[in-house]
Design a binder for this molecule. Sequence first.
Ligand SMILES: Nc1ncnc2c1ncn2[C@@H]1O[C@H](COP(=O)(O)OP(=O)(O)OP(=O)(O)O)[C@@H](O)[C@H]1O
Ligand SMILES: [Mg+2]
Length: 248
Amino acid sequence: MERITKADDRVHRPAGPWTPTVHRLLAHLHEQGFVAAPEPIALGDTLETVSFVPGVAGEYPWTEDVASEAALVTSARMLRHYHDAAATFPLDDTVDVWSQAHRAPVETVVHGDFAPYNCVYDGIAAVGLIDFDTAHPGPRVWDVASAVYRFAPFTTGLDEGRAAPTLEARLARAAEFCRAYGLDDVSRSRVAETMVSSLVALVTLMETEAAAGNPKFISDLQHGHADLYRADVAYLEDHLDEIAAAVA
Ligand SMILES: Nc1ncnc2c1ncn2[C@@H]1O[C@H](COP(=O)(O)OP(=O)(O)OP(=O)(O)O)[C@@H](O)[C@H]1O
Ligand SMILES: [Mg+2]
């Protein structure tokens, strides 16, 4: 059986200890008028059910639509609206369970994996945001930095059909994402270093989960993903000043 199945307008996904908290977050988002997220429908012991968000997820290889500047701009605006809606989620450490530790300073509930493959597009317009398994309290820049990494993109080897963009093109898209989001100056000054720390955290997570027997991460390691991310860390560290200047 597939890990994730779709039936009619519903999606069934594996549930974790954090899923009840995520469902409360999804309900809160809809109360706030953020309708790009799935609606929580049902929660079982091993499966959750959420509404299907119509459109096309921005999986690799990217289509021309997903690679477009309009997709980048509308995704950044959607992230801003998501953060603003999630910021009023009533956090309660006595009942909330998240899959990741809180990250200071807590400004909102971050998505934790904001990337084209977790956005849903109608042509060039971002209309949906899915896969909230990694959501957790944290600073806006945590999502913006990992989004800039995925959208600029500063990734190597993940989108094999597409030629690697030049540094100039990456810097321009990084700046465009921050502008479309409306990122404040203090957060802008943290984007470059946060990109590096989020990648280091991702490699650590992959290795810890793989060592614990998680099949998804074992497969990621076997496909060399940790090595790709380490190469990206080296690239980012070589260009940290240029990235910081571009998004300032
Ligand atoms: N609520 C939803 N609405 C629309 N499509 C969805 C929804 N949930 C999942 N999908 C589809 O299933 C794919 C994988 O789902 P999701 O991103 O939630 O899980 P994942 O843990 O990232 O899975 P994978 O390991 O396959 O990347 C998405 O790319 C999307 O095509
Ligand atoms: Mg996903």
